[in-house]
Design a protein around this ligand. Structure first.
Ligand code: SF4
Length: 394
């Protein structure tokens, strides 16, 4: 799987202005399989809150001509993280994506977000000033900004000492970054770039790419930072799925297949590289369609059964999971239609098989094949997955 693309030497990466209009990452929750309201006829998408604003404000058109009602329909989306959720466990996917149940923040995830924020802004500095000390100097400011955005992060630490230690661990990860890449030799074309493409008869594929580099000869490298450890042999498929996802979307939208997909693991100082092929993209499309088809079938049947595995230890919903003696809440009325664009069968026509006993080897039963040559469909264990933003769209 590991491929070094020597032609794309870091020194050759050209300096190009970032297209800020395309980034707009702040407007999208990368961890959310969000619904994007759309106006029929291909008009630009309109935020849901703005539809019907005039009515909610008590404004009634005085013109005798009554405007046609605005049809509200959803454009279902799929990110790599949520696709992996479904492969791991349909109930997990449902509770996270359809029910949108809140989940507690974790220090590991918060640290991933913090480190990603610093690495993104590191490239605001001119080449030559991108040093470990400069990166560390950004930590406190970025942490303050995150706290402002998500005050719940304040509850992560029982004491000041705990928080100080945690901030120091973020600094250590940033130091590690400089042992893997020299940011002074790079000028990214894009940072924290929202990418998306509409699959015909399928979902909108969405994700946020940490960094895109473009060489003078036009070769594209997609880079993703991971604050966890690299996957053990046999568990690479989840990470590869995410990177192929980005390659596929970029190829469709920009007409260029990235030459290199690069994962930078700060947790164990590893870089994993993969050069995707055209044939791989064909297989990827089949695979993502297969996953979506599995999601739609499950949504129609309402059979969101739990699929226990070793990964349950990291699941926020374990106490509500029938596989562990809990009771899953009812699906909120209309949520399946709204989020997935699928009308579920009437509840009394749904028969749900009992949850299988917890097993480390339980394989996905819904997703049809297009097997991954790099490994199974099962996602990587969380030990290798304490990441920050990427994949996380998305
Ligand atoms: S505890 Fe395991 S089986 Fe239950 S919802 Fe979570 S991931 Fe699924």
């Amino acid at each position: 799987m590991t491929t070094d693309l020597t032609e794309l030497d870091a020194a050759e990466i050209e300096a190009v202005e970032i297209n800020a209009a395309e980034i707009d990452a702040a407007a999208i929750d990368p961890a959310d399989l969000a619904v994007q309201p759309a106006v029929p006829g291909g008009a630009p998408a309109v935020p849901a809150e703005t539809v019907g604003d005039a009515e909610t404000a008590g404004i009634v058109p005085t013109d005798t001509e009554v405007p046609a009602p605005v049809e509200r329909r959803s454009v279902p989306g799929l990110s790599p993280s949520r696709a992996n959720d479904f492969l791991q466990c349909p109930l997990l996917f449902r509770l996270r994506v359809v029910d949108k149940l809140p989940e507690p923040a974790s220090p590991a995830a918060a640290r991933g977000t913090l480190v990603h924020a610093v690495l993104e802004r590191l490239y605001d500095l001119p080449a030559g000033e991108r040093t470990p000390a400069a990166a560390r100097a950004m930590v406190d400011g970025q942490w303050a900004a995150l706290l402002e955005e998500s005050p719940a992060y304040r509850e992560l630490f029982a004491s000041d000492d705990e928080r100080t230690e945690w901030l120091a661990s973020a600094g250590t990860l940033l130091d590690t970054y400089f042992t893997l890449e020299d940011p002074n030799r790079l000028e990214p074309r894009e940072r924290e770039l929202m990418v998306r493409t509409q699959l015909e008869d399928g979902p909108q594929l969405r994700g946020i790419v940490d960094r895109i580099d473009v060489a003078p000869n036009g070769m594209v490298r997609v880079v993703d930072y991971k604050t966890g450890r690299s996957p053990r042999p046999g568990y690479e498929s989840s990470a590869l799925f995410q990177m192929r996802f980005y390659a596929y979307v970029i190829q469709r939208e920009r007409g260029v297949l990235p030459a290199l997909l690069q994962l930078v693991y700060l947790g164990d100082q590893q870089i994993v590289r993969h050069a995707p092929s055209e044939a791989e993209m064909v297989t990827f499309e089949q695979r993502v369609r297969s996953i979506w088809s599995g999601i739609e079938d499950t949504a129609r049947s309402g059979d969101w059964r739990p699929r226990p595995s070793k990964l349950c230890g990291w699941c926020s919903f374990k106490d509500r999971c029938p596989a562990f003696g809990g009771t899953a809440p009812e699906v909120p009325e209309g949520a399946v239609e709204l989020v997935l664009g699928v009308v579920p069968a009437p509840r009394d026509s749904v028969t749900t098989a009992p949850a299988p006993a917890p097993s480390a080897t339980t394989a996905p039963s819904v997703v049809a094949g297009t097997p991954d040559s790099a490994g199974s469909d099962l996602p990587a264990p969380p030990a290798a997955d304490a990441t920050g933003t990427a994949g996380l769209l998305v």
